[in-house]
Design a protein around this ligand. Structure first.
Ligand code: NAI
Ligand SMILES: O=C(O)C1=NCCCC1
Length: 314
């Protein structure tokens, strides 16, 4: 451990982490990840089930040679019935790559929420069709909030329709986000006519069906990160053009990909760097599982901003 270990908490991360800086950093990381010579080392997430408590602990290490950043995130996600108030908690460890010594510990909540929503926004920027009138969000937890925030900032949606399993959660969501929201009584009602759909639920069975989707819409499928969990039905998975963050991760971790047998068209990083096309005239699905490299470059960005701020103070 370093002589002086830095701790950066969620409040300070909220202040330091600007979407305008995060988006280009993540785009570069996605492109590097999908390049042979991108300098990214990232094993598929290792996840330990804690069956007795309906939970999982994920370990997510990565190194980016181009950013010279070495990070591991530890993330726990627990399904309902656990005593914890939130289903996800994370801690991010930043190491000095030159000697492997731990330099900083960061709260992982804001990092996870913001980088996940930013990656969905990048996918949408590349894969969206011409119309961007209606955004639909299925789910009403912290990921729904972070997606609402960046999507309403980056895109000119006229309406945001939201559905969640429980009325209580969706009402809390509507109070938390600053802007207008149309609360829908069913997932189907929320999805009909939407140009972009985001699924951010803890569902283990499909909640989104291909027959509801407006042709040409773009879907960011963010939940269902276990090989036997689903958010999207086979009809949607098989009819859409399927993009993923990591091919290797998707065929190991995504129930939507594994159980539907859908063919992966490209990694998002391949679209960002221009080696695979964005098929904008068809319905597109971006299956996001979350990658350690996203946490790595985000943590490095935060640490660099923190150092600048602290040098200015002293
Ligand atoms: N792809 C990525 O990079 C990341 C994905 N995630 C995933 O995003 C999803 C949302 O995360 P949070 O907002 O933190 O979760 P959360 O647990 O706080 O909220 C989940 C929402 O899903 C609803 N829900 C729960 N069980 C459901 C079911 N069986 N059917 C339908 N709706 C259900 C809840 O009512 C709530 O509205 C989770 O699946 C999580 O694992 C989280 C972080 C990163
Ligand atoms: O990338 C992440 O962080 C997570 N992805 C899936 C669910 C747990 C957190």
């Amino acid at each position: 451990m370093a002589d002086r270990l830095t701790y950066i908490g969620s409040g300070e991360i909220e202040e330091l982490l600007l979407d305008s800086e995060l988006i280009p950093v993540l785009e570069r990381a996605l492109a590097n990840f999908s390049s042979e010579d991108g300098g990214v080392e990232q094993p598929v997430r290792s996840t330990v089930p804690v069956a007795k408590y309906n939970g999982f602990l994920g370990v997510m290490p990565a190194y980016s040679a181009k950013d010279d950043a070495l990070v591991t995130k530890l993330v726990r996600f627990y399904q309902a019935n656990s005593s914890a108030s939130s289903s996800h908690h994370a801690t991010v460890l930043l190491f000095d790559p030159s000697n492997g010594i731990l330099k900083a510990v960061m709260d992982g909540r804001v990092i996870t929420e913001k980088r996940t929503a930013a990656v969905s926004a990048i996918a949408t920027k590349y894969l969206k069709s011409k119309n961007l009138d209606i955004l639909c969000i299925l789910g009403a937890g912290p990921e729904a909030v972070s997606h609402y925030e960046i999507f309403t900032k980056m895109f000119p949606f006229k309406q945001v329709k939201v559905w969640s399993r429980t009325r209580e959660r969706v009402e809390k969501f509507a109070k938390t986000v600053g802007g207008p929201v149309t609360i829908c009584a069913s997932a189907k009602e929320a999805v009909l006519d939407a140009d972009v759909v985001i699924t951010v639920t803890m569902a283990t069975e499909p909640i989104l069906f291909g027959e509801w989707i407006k042709p040409g819409a773009h879907i960011n499928a963010v939940g269902a990160c276990r090989p036997d969990w689903r958010e999207l039905d086979d009809g949607l998975m098989k009819s859409a053009v399927l993009y993923v963050d990591s091919r290797e991760g998707a065929i190991r971790e995504s129930g939507d990909v594994i159980l539907s047998g859908a063919e992966i068209f490209a990694e998002l990083g391949e679209v960002v760097k221009g080696t695979k096309p964005a098929v904008r005239d068809r319905t597109t699905v971006f299956k996001s599982l979350g990658m350690a490299i996203e946490d790595t470059v985000t943590a490095k960005l935060i640490y660099d901003c923190w150092e600048v701020k602290n040098k200015q103070k002293s």
